[in-house]
Design a protein around this ligand. Structure first.
Ligand code: ADP
Length: 376
């Protein structure tokens, strides 16, 4: 198997065209991550340099590909944020020769933020972001100060859900002002990366981007910061769960068995990191035909409630599969803010009450000993 040292040596010959410096000397190289025959490395750039740095990326890619024992090579150009006059140029955290660093298990709190909660799902497309958005709005409508952070760096959807566009303002140094939608402070990588510029985020760079969005944003005083996590329960999610000072996690699932297996992994992942499970939400639980009012249990409704009982965690509610909800989500008119008295909004309101009760200490987080789960 190829080693990080061999990769570093292969990269010694790659130079930056402008300065003639080697990549390593330029301080732009991230940690080198070797996993089996896959090699991943990121080069930090300013967003404006994407085209100029492409030949460097290709040269690094071909230098690594030439090593014996190497299968796939991922070299990405990564911009922490677009270049701004007030902000220093981005630098990746370089720890030469060290493999991926284990995060500290107890992440530091964010000043002014009382509770950070994660909205997670075992896989994509189950409605995690929709839940995060509407839960945040429901908490805000109950008089709480709420922020929401889009940590789903591979597919940021909060700008669309909140109907927000534009770049966050730099307040001072590297600190950014969050945008605001329907009374909730919103930060997303989607605000900072130009949709037209292809940026690939990998491994360690993802962590540094999330850390910045957590800590270099002027969140102010918040009762709850809701974090929309990337889908899945792999190493990246585990690392992020550990690097974020989480007070609890909400797991979103659809009712069918396969989604529930993923949800179970989600519960196991947070338990492994000793993050309390605030509960499970069943999304796309059932469908009411708008013309006849007839109810259809498309995915066999009720599975998530049973799973929550089995795992000994609270059940937070059933959100129907609803065309109006989807259309509003897709047009930046989230249902809790724009149809607050409708039946869907009520489901999120109840979810918010349960979550807040847990956070405030008198909630339904079940205290019985969780069953032992073998982490696959
Ligand atoms: P995830 O964050 O899990 O990938 P999203 O929240 O982005 O999922 O939802 C995926 C798609 O499903 C979006 O188009 C969203 O509008 C739609 N969707 C989510 N929940 C519902 C629901 N309860 N009813 C109808 N459409 C939904």
């Amino acid at each position: 198997m190829v080693t990080e040292q061999q990769v570093a040596r292969a990269l010694e010959h790659v130079r930056l065209p402008a300065s003639g410096q080697t990549l390593a000397a330029s301080g732009r190289l991230s940690e080198i991550v070797v996993s089996g025959d896959k090699v991943m490395v990121a080069i930090a750039i300013d967003a404006t340099e994407a085209a100029a740095m492409e030949p460097v990326r290709l040269a690094a890619q071909s230098a690594i590909s030439g090593l014996p024992g190497v299968g796939q090579v991922f070299v990405s150009l990564t911009a922490d944020r677009p270049q701004s006059k007030a902000a220093p140029s981005p630098r990746p955290q370089v720890t030469p020769g060290r493999p991926q660093q284990a995060p500290s298990p107890k992440a530091a709190m964010i000043p002014g933020v009382r509770h950070v909660i994660a909205i997670a799902s075992g896989k994509g497309g189950v409605g995690k972001s929709t839940t995060a958005c509407n839960l945040a709005l429901a908490l805000a409508s109950q008089g709480l100060k709420i922020g929401i952070l889009d940590a789903d760096i591979y597919g940021p959807s909060l700008p669309k859900l909140f109907g927000l566009h534009g770049k966050p303002r730099v307040i001072e140094g590297r600190t950014l002002a969050p945008l605001e939608g329907f009374g909730v402070k919103v930060m997303s990588i989607g605000f900072m990366v130009d949709e037209e510029t292809p940026m690939i985020w990998r491994g360690p760079m993802v962590m540094s981007a999330i850390t910045q969005m957590l800590r270099e944003v002027a969140w102010g005083d918040l009762d709850v910061l809701v974090v929309d996590m990337p889908p899945g329960t792999g190493d990246a999610q585990l690392t992020m769960a550990q690097a974020t000072p989480l007070a609890g996690a909400v797991i979103v699932s659809t009712p069918q068995d396969l989604a529930l297996i993923d949800a179970r992994r989600g519960v196991a992942m947070f338990r492994k990191t000793e993050v309390p499970i605030l509960g499970i939400v069943e999304n796309m639980s059932y469908f009411i035909a708008p013309d006849t009012g007839k109810r259809y249990d498309i995915f066999g409704h009720g599975g998530a409630r049973r799973e929550a009982d089995r795992l000994g965690v609270p059940f937070l509610g059933e959100v129907p599969l609803d065309m109006n909800l989807r259309e509003r989500s897709d047009t930046g008119q989230p249902i809790v803010a724009t149809e607050p008295d409708g039946p869907q909004a009520q489901v999120y309101q109840e979810m918010a009450r349960l979550v807040w009760a847990s956070l405030a200490g008198d909630g339904p987080v079940k205290m019985r000993t969780p069953p032992r789960i073998i982490f696959e």
